[in-house]
Design a protein around this ligand. Structure first.
Ligand SMILES: Nc1ncnc2c1ncn2[C@@H]1O[C@H](COP(=O)(O)OP(=O)(O)OP(=O)(O)O)[C@@H](O)[C@H]1O
Ligand SMILES: [Mg+2]
Length: 241
């Protein structure tokens, strides 16, 4: 990834094609996207439109044919994958602190993270002893433990029940507000996008089909307000529902 002098991540004219036996799968065809590290950008789009690929490209886990992905100097990114990807041989505490050197571990901070993600009392449990939602919460705690400047999240709350999801959304907004962390958040839920996003981006056919700037809308957002319903209707039209 190249260094970019402005705070954030800038994607320009990105082209990415996968090859599967007997077939070329174009994913991005000249994607332009700017990610501001002080706000939450929510990415929406149909299954297979390239959301996970976008995160993998930003992390440098995938090659691309042409275009540019530039990032602010020293920007530290964290990731929550679509699946929890915990280490099965490590317990919750060890998984969460995995990316830290022993002397870097601030026990009080880690305990706060464990509490925030609702895992208090399960520190010694192994991933196989957790529900899917608990595993995903542990993965979120692991991403936050390294104190990244920018967090990439691939449908992190999809497996959670309504109430836990609401708590986690509130926590995410709190973290963003208090610590000014930037986030790229992938979701299939338009409601979640409207609850969280400063900026919503709809991906289709390898480019940004439409973006919505919601920076001026304060939190918490009332999804039943006329304004939110109007934006949601427009999003539904854009996505083709
Ligand atoms: N490693 C790979 N090799 C070949 N093709 C791939 C690979 N990974 C993804 N693809 C293809 O790239 C396209 C985008 O996949 P991606 O996983 O980014 O979609 P997505 O938007 O995250 O979908 P979902 O909402 O279902 O998670 C799909 O057509 C998929 O088949
Ligand atoms: Mg995906």
């Amino acid at each position: 990834m190249e260094v970019w002098e402005i705070a954030g991540i800038k994607i320009q004219k990105l082209h990415k094609t996968y090859e599967v036996p007997g077939k070329q799968v174009p994913v991005f065809c000249g994607l332009d996207l700017e990610l501001d590290t002080s706000c939450i950008t929510v990415v929406l789009g149909k299954s297979g439109c390239g959301k996970t690929t976008l995160l993998r490209l930003i992390l440098g886990l995938e090659q691309y044919e042409s275009g540019e992905i530039c990032s602010a100097e020293g920007l530290k990114t964290g990731i929550v994958f679509q699946e929890p990807r915990l280490m099965p041989w490590l317990n919750v505490w060890q998984n969460i602190t995995f990316g830290l050197k022993k002397k870097e571990i601030d026990v009080q901070k880690m305990e706060q993270l464990v509490a925030m993600t609702g895992l208090t009392g399960f520190e010694k449990a192994y991933p196989s002893q957790l529900s899917g939602g608990m595993q995903q919460r542990a993965a979120l705690a692991r991403a936050l433990s390294c104190e990244p400047d920018y967090i990439l999240m691939d449908e992190p709350f999809a497996a959670l029940d309504h109430f836990t999801r609401k708590t986690m959304q509130d926590e995410l907004l709190r973290i963003q507000r208090e610590q000014k962390k930037g986030m790229l958040f992938v979701t299939h839920s338009m409601d979640e996008a409207l609850i969280l996003g400063h900026r919503l981006v709809i991906l289709e056919n390898g480019v940004c089909k439409k973006t919505y700037d919601l920076e001026a809308r304060t939190y918490p957002r009332d999804l039943l307000s006329e304004d939110m319903i109007r934006i949601k209707k427009d999003m539904m039209k854009t996505i083709g529902e």
